[in-house]
Design a protein. Structure first.
Length: 116
């Protein structure tokens, strides 16, 4: 298992994982229906995220394939708080057959390192 910064070559597999993730949410909550153009829009979105300096996109690789991904970013509080910035986790998912192997924990560890 390897957790790396995602690159353009990981996008097709990240997209597949995202679709699985979204279909799961559609099944458990009717407030999450996807639009027909959602996969194409997500691909545009994830490409922009990969280019942003304040965003980290990770890929979890197992035997050459992407089995999970995470997106985290640094955001700013309004100028009323002592702390100016905070870390936010946008999304994290691991494919169904690869769950319960600590992959999510490894993704979170990398995110926390990046936040620090």
């Amino acid at each position: 298992m390897e957790i790396i910064k995602a690159t353009e070559k990981h996008i097709p597999e990240i997209l597949e994982l995202w679709i699985e993730f979204m279909k799961h949410h559609e099944e458990i909550d009717p407030r999450f229906p996807m639009r027909a153009e959602a996969p194409a829009n997500f691909e545009i979105h994830i490409r922009k995220q990969m280019e942003a300096e304040d965003t980290l996109v990770l890929a979890a690789l197992d035997e050459g394939g992407t089995v999970g991904f995470a997106v985290a970013n640094i955001a700013s509080y309004p100028p009323i708080f002592e702390f100016e910035k905070y870390g936010a986790i946008d999304s994290i998912t691991v494919e169904t057959r690869s769950r319960r192997k600590g992959i999510g924990d490894q993704l979170m560890d990398k995110i926390y390192e990046w936040f620090d």
